[in-house]
Design a binder for this molecule. Structure first.
Ligand code: SF4
Length: 65
């Protein structure tokens, strides 16, 4: 059992915080106007957790796989 981050993109306000905290996992897609998970295993859990806690709209969460 593993867990990976998921972004509820409808509520993303494209602030870029997640990408700056954890650039191997999150990337802001400026054309689309929201951040995407580019590689769910591209960073350690601590940096993903920090991004989850720092997201101003709370739109990142863990999902179990
Ligand atoms: S921190 Fe949250 S609101 Fe900001 S770009 Fe990432 S997902 Fe979007």
């Amino acid at each position: 059992m593993a867990r990976i981050p998921f972004i509820d993109t409808e509520n993303c306000e494209a602030c870029g915080t997640c990408e700056s905290l954890c650039p191997g996992v999150f990337k802001l897609n400026e054309e689309l106007g929201y951040a995407e998970v580019i590689d769910p295993l591209g960073g350690d859990e601590d940096c993903i957790q920090e991004a989850i806690e720092s997201c101003p709209t709370g739109c990142i969460r863990w999902v179990e796989t």
